[in-house]
Design a protein around this ligand. Structure first.
Ligand code: AMP
Ligand code: MG
Length: 402
């Protein structure tokens, strides 16, 4: 039986080197950047106004007060997207709007609320307050300087970063190719949701969860038909799955019972088993195999075991496949609001909910068939064997839901 870290290292070592493709920025969120990106521009691109108001020379309005306004000649108007053809000379001002380029000669913007225009002298503006140089000006390069990094290779493109890349004028980025993942569920007891249940049958629930998780890891799931617990059928289904994908994720059939055909079927189609037991709970049976550069992840059938082994061992592989640097679940500090006990002899990834204040609680029964405690959870806490963590203990929550 392998320790978790050893199992993960072996999985990651088997992942093929990433290859890349160009995608439009709209398709980039969630993808992994294949190259660093440096800004081809200063941002803002030019000095511009942060207010609707008037471009002035600060020295001209140094004495302005509401009681003794300074009168300036209105030399023109610049809408956003236009450029003032001249210069702001002493005693003059130019009407600006938010985003209007600052005309040469001006060094401050007085906001409209601090000005007045007489209806019988519309070519003049009364300035009611003084202005500091640079006031209400968004200066060229204050956000990003030309040539500075906007993003690093290996980073997952976040929604927050997309706007920055677009503002710098990028239309496409080079990202890691997404592995295509065939998804099989084995078990003669399984019925597709939406169909009537026969006696002794249950609804299949793993593919829905796993397809969503595969997608969120940036990979492309292909959801394949259910597979009965029959060796020949399992072999055929595996061969078919590998023929159309880079990796295959299966659930069920990896325990030691005589109806567990996954390992035998995989060997029958020429696959080589790398390991099939990991010292974690839930999820001790976890099959990892290789077939001609493609990978098999055989997850246990119990829905919680399938979820947890996916998060801990498959998600990292799918991310690394795309070139991601950081492949672990986001780790957040938390404090236990109640004791968390692992009475077993394997480390237990206990499902928990961490609230907005960082308080962490178990979401209920931790047996590996119990889905209500998955539905209520947003993370896992790794509790060592034979350990009870006391209320108030600092813990690390591995987040998988937000
Ligand atoms: P197995 O790993 O095939 O021995 O299955 C372990 C337990 O998980 C059994 O109770 C199965 O009925 C259940 N199970 C297996 N696969 C699924 C699935 N895809 N959806 C829901 N339950 C499953
Ligand atoms: Mg089964």
């Amino acid at each position: 039986m392998l320790e978790f870290e050893e199992a993960l290292a072996r999985v990651l070592a088997a992942v093929p080197a990433p290859t890349s493709e160009s995608v439009s920025l709209n398709d980039a969120p969630g993808r992994v950047l294949a190259e660093p990106i440096r800004s081809p521009l200063d941002l803002p691109i030019f000095d511009n106004s942060s207010m609707d108001g008037y471009a002035v020379r600060a020295a001209d309005v140094a004495s302005a007060t509401p009681a003794a306004p300074v009168r300036l000649r209105l030399a023109g108007k610049v809408a956003a997207g236009q450029v003032f053809p001249g210069e702001v000379t002493a005693g003059t001002c130019v009407r600006l709007f938010t985003g209007s380029p600052l005309p040469p000669g001006a060094n401050a913007v007085v906001m409209q609320e601090d000005t007045r225009v007489d209806s019988n002298a519309t070519s003049e503006v009364l300035i009611l307050t003084q202005a500091q140089p640079s006031e209400n000006i968004r200066s060229c390069g204050e956000d990003v300087k030309h040539g500075t990094p906007l993003a690093e290779a290996g980073e997952v493109v976040s929604v927050g970063r997309i706007g920055l890349l677009a503002a710098a004028g990028l239309a496409r980025v080079q990202v890691g190719r997404q592995p295509v993942v065939g998804l099989l569920a084995t078990g003669s007891e399984l019925t597709e949701p939406g169909h009537p249940l026969g006696p002794g049958r249950i609804y299949e629930s793993n593919r829905a969860t796993l397809a969503a998780l595969i997608g969120r890891a940036g990979a492309v799931p292909i959801v394949l038909p259910l597979v009965a617990d029959v060796l020949a059928e399992t072999s055929l289904a595996l061969a078919d799955a590998f023929s159309q994908s880079d990796a295959v994720v299966t659930s069920g059939g990896v325990s030691v019972g005589e109806m567990d055909f996954l390992k035998r079927a995989f060997e029958q189609i020429g696959g080589s088993l790398e390991f099939w037991k990991v010292a974690i709970k839930p999820g001790r049976p976890f099959v990892f195999g290789r077939l001609q550069g493609k990978l098999l992840f055989g997850l246990p059938g119990n829905p919680v075991s399938a979820l947890v082994t996916f998060l801990l061992l498959v998600r990292p592989a799918l991310l690394r496949w795309q070139g991601a640097t950081d492949v672990s679940l986001p780790a957040h500090p938390g404090v236990l609001a109640e004791p968390l006990a692992n009475l077993g002899e394997r480390r237990h990834f206990i499902r928990v909910k961490v609230d907005a204040t960082g308080k962490v609680r178990s979401t209920g029964i931790q047996a590996s068939h119990v889905l209500s405690s998955v539905a209520a959870a947003n993370g896992l806490v790794d509790v060592p064997a034979d350990t009870t963590l006391a209320e108030g203990s600092a813990v690390t929550v591995l987040r998988w839901e937000y």
